[in-house]
Design a protein around this ligand. Sequence first.
Ligand SMILES: [Zn+2]
Length: 259
Amino acid sequence: MLVSLKNLLSEAERGNYAVIAPDFPTLEVADALLRCAEQHNAPLALSFSPSLKPYAGVTDFAHFIRMVREMAVQANIPVALHLDHAYRMEDIEEAIRLGFTSVMMDASTEPWEVNVERTRQVVELAHPLGISVEAELGHVASSGRYLTADSQQGWLTDPQEAAEFVQLTGIDALAVAIGTVHGLYAGEPNLDFERLKNIRERVSVPLVLHGSSGTGEQKLRRCVEMGIRKINVYSDLMKAIIQSARGLLADSEADPLDF
Ligand SMILES: [Zn+2]
């Protein structure tokens, strides 16, 4: 069944757990994620990033999303259909038209005023329609940055600013930068748990961890214990798909349809 992200995450808050939020580039991946979540009887934040559009393998994007949405409606677990990392208002408006139940406005590389303003605009557009909004403060960078304690500080979420940002924008979920990275880590993940604790104490909305792939179960569990309510993964999912495809390719008896 299709639900809003706000509902999904408030349930997670009550139950003290986090909802997994993987991105689906294709129909097959969306289907696999839904089946897997059903098998585990787990809620799912089924996410699509506009950057994946060229890989969806369809000429009609609207039709593609309508199909995935219908799959989410039919699922016997709660599913939020979430637009991940939208940088442009056009993508947000399109997602709202197509029936996404939540959107993320990512203006995290912009100055504070721009991030507040853009996020507030999205909230004004989405909330009257019952659509939840996530935004990011601080910036979760890509590919191995943030690994040394000195270089990461400027990019990480400031707890006091986080509280102010949530108040000014009215968002439903806040993505925080505490040391995870998008893509692959260049070394051991170096998470700032003290910062997470301070954010959690000041911010009332559910917190989101981006760049969770490769972080390791122990650290992720600690994040959840400390209040993370949504875990975004992509690289780990791609790794599993590649491994599985390699296995099938190496097997001369394999059915091409399975591939
Ligand atoms: Zn992300």
